[in-house]
Design a protein around this ligand. Structure first.
Ligand SMILES: [Zn+2]
Ligand SMILES: [Zn+2]
Length: 290
């Protein structure tokens, strides 16, 4: 199995990290997790870097962790652009309640484009922009071609959210999605080969207002809490993503990359101070093979 980090960013629209998206590849089949804006170009960039599976025709299966816009704003792209590039298979979209309506409304919004491509002079196939939505609940959501994908409910405020575990050839990858720390993650990610988990910089949070502190604590996972999850689940490797650094991103001037790196290193150090198991910060275009 191969894991490609397509986007490791957050709603902060950091220029150095694309919106959240990950690809898991097994035997030529591509499984996308979350759909941040720019996902199709993120895939074609990796195709041009030698990940042959990530060409537009192969982008046919998407699993959404939740409906927040940083994780879903690329859905119109993923429905329409690969179709223009001659994908003839429909897009299977697995996600929480609301996923069917989102796809339906996006297709309605783009009707001028799809009608013209279907009925105008451009050669096109009649099926590649179709969407097959499937509502996710806890348990097995996909079991085909020796790949099994299971969902576990996350804790992200009032929002329905899921973590996914992908298993093939006795290997396991877990993707947390956005979630507050979960006791159940220790079992769900037990002995995983890779745990991709969101993380929040604890020292940075102390600088925020009381309201923001309360909000972030209730819906995201603090570095120290992630360390506790790692100690319980004992994955062979943990990769942080969706790192919330609590910078003042859009003040009078941009934050310096030195400060970004300093906080990322400090966040990693916070985790490593409470666990001796392997942890790395994940970055866009990282590839892991297991
Ligand atoms: Zn998010
Ligand atoms: Zn979220």
């Amino acid at each position: 199995m191969k894991l490609v980090l397509l986007g490791t960013g957050t709603p902060n629209a950091e220029p150095w990290a694309s919106f959240p998206a990950y690809a898991v590849i097994h035997s030529g089949n591509v499984f996308l997790f979350d759909c941040g804006a720019g996902i199709v170009r993120a895939c074609t960039s990796m195709f041009y870097k030698g990940v042959n599976e990530l060409k537009p025709q192969n982008l046919t299966h998407l699993f959404l962790t939740h409906m927040h816009s940083d994780h879903t704003a690329g859905l119109a792209e993923l429905i329409l652009i690969p179709w223009v590039l001659e994908r003839s298979d429909p897009l299977h979209v697995y996600g929480p309640a609301g996923v069917s309506e989102m796809a339906e409304h996006l297709l309605a919004a783009y009707r001028i484009d799809t009608d013209y491509r279907n009925d105008g002079p451009q050669p096109s196939n009649p099926t590649g922009h179709h969407v097959l939505p499937q509502i996710v609940t806890e348990g097995t959501v996909y079991n085909k071609n020796s790949v099994r994908i299971e969902a576990m409910r996350g804790s992200h405020g009032e929002l329905e959210s899921y973590a996914y575990r992908i298993e093939a050839d006795g290997k396991r990858i877990v993707i947390s999605g956005d979630t507050a720390p979960l006791e159940s993650m220790k079992t769900f990610a037990e002995d995983a080969d890779i745990l991709v988990h969101e993380a929040e910089y604890a020292a940075g949070l102390q600088e925020r207002s009381e309201g923001w502190q309360k909000y972030h604590q209730s819906i995201h996972t603090m570095s120290y809490d992630l360390a506790e999850i790692i100690n319980g689940a004992r994955p062979a490797l943990t990769i942080t993503t969706h790192r919330i650094l609590h910078l003042n991103y859009y003040g009078e001037s941009p934050v310096s990359m030195e400060e970004v790196r300093r906080r990322e290193d400090a966040l990693l150090a916070e985790i490593q101070s409470r666990t001796s198991l392997p942890v790395k910060n994940g970055y866009d275009q990282n590839i892991y093979e297991i």
